[in-house]
Design a protein around this ligand. Structure first.
Ligand code: TXA
Ligand code: MG
Length: 325
């Protein structure tokens, strides 16, 4: 059910949930200060209750409403990348809902770079928790139609067009003493983060029980995540993909393929999605391509992996969670 901006604001203020556009993926939003509204997110997504949620705020000045400290490193990152596809995990104010935090001592914050999302947060004077608007472990939505296909027509959806980043935000945790750590790769690369966070070292990959030293583990990062319904096979090179397609053909199984980069000399008799050799473009089109492949109702999906280079890491991360080799 499509709703207007005013209807979305009213629904959220009333304790309802609304799927909202962001530049990364559509989020299933609820008022981040309303526990009963927040619980609806978990029910609808069928998501385990211990998974923390990202709080979307309209302005960097609101960080102090949620976090007990905003270390210099985090301020620099926010200045460089907000509004944008960066989530900062900071030590939480004690009054921040445990439903949002998933019982962690930290809270995840982001100012999204989408005009409709920003209008909702600012005009509605709202902060909304919003995980991706899909069922737990299914493909993330990058259009209003994807949300409806995954969650049903009764979900209110604020349509803001297709998402132009296309994969979920980069998540960086910053502890009170300024150590930072990448928790989830995204289109803002670790190199870009390191360049801005100059003077501080990356926290070692350890867990601390001291809240002031919190270097959070990564709750909710499941190995099997972001998957289409059709079994998806990943290939490091095109030759092995072509060999597998011949084997499937011989077995009488149907398949569709997704290639990255030029498709010259590939003559496979099957439906093909050809993505350009550009990390930004592949990220933007990744989930919608996987949704389209899934809708082809074939026996197998065969996907060519991009090269293992820094600029492809976020796409490689999402693909490796969607399929198997
Ligand atoms: O791009 C995005 O980030 C999208 C859009 C809608 O903003 N949202 C999104 O939310 O991807 P979700 O729920 O799919 O991912 C939230 C993830 C959690 O699974 C967890 O890994 C991390 O964010 N997270 C949230 N709060 C955290 C916390 N306090 N400590 C550590 N990780 C946290
Ligand atoms: Mg998700």
């Amino acid at each position: 059910m499509r709703v207007s901006l005013e209807q979305a604001i009213a629904e959220l203020k009333n304790g309802g949930v609304v799927a909202i556009p962001t530049e990364t993926v559509y989020g299933l939003a609820a008022d981040a200060t309303n526990d009963s509204a927040l619980r609806k997110i978990f029910e609808i997504k069928q998501r385990p209750a211990d998974h923390p949620l990202i709080v979307h705020i309209g302005d960097v000045n609101q960080v102090s409403d949620w976090a007990t400290s905003f270390p210099e490193v985090a301020i620099k990152l926010a200045e460089a990348f907000w509004p944008g596809p960066l989530t900062l995990v900071l030590p939480a104010q004690p009054q921040v809902s445990r439903v949002v935090r998933g019982d962690e001592p930290t809270v995840a914050l982001r100012v999204p770079n989408h005009p409709v999302a920003l209008a909702l947060l600012k005009h509605g004077n709202l902060s909304v928790a919003a995980p991706s608007a899909n069922l737990f472990t299914q493909l993330s939505p990058t259009t209003a139609a994807h949300v409806e296909a995954g969650l049903g027509e009764s979900i209110p959806v604020l349509d803001g067009g297709p998402c132009n980043v296309g994969i979920e935000s980069t998540i960086v945790s910053v502890s009170a003493n300024g150590l930072w750590q990448l928790l989830r790769p995204g289109m803002i690369s670790e190199e870009e983060i390191a360049k801005v966070a100059t003077t501080h070292h990356q926290a070692p990959f350890t867990e601390s029980t001291d809240a002031s030293q919190v270097v959070p583990k990564v709750p909710g990062q499941h190995a099997l995540h972001y998957s289409p319904r059709t079994p998806l096979m990943l290939f490091k090179d095109r030759l092995s993909l072509i060999q597998e397609s011949k084997a499937l053909q011989a077995m009488g199984l149907s398949f569709a393929i997704m290639l990255i980069g030029d498709s010259d000399h590939v003559e496979l008799n099957c439906q093909t999605i050809n993505l350009p050799n550009s990390p930004d473009k592949v990220a933007e089109l990744l989930y919608s391509s996987l949704h389209d492949l899934d809708a082809m109702k074939v026996d197998r999906l065969l996907v060519e992996l991009p090269p293992v280079l820094p600029e492809w890491l976020a796409v490689l991360d999402r693909l490796s969670r969607a399929g198997y080799r």
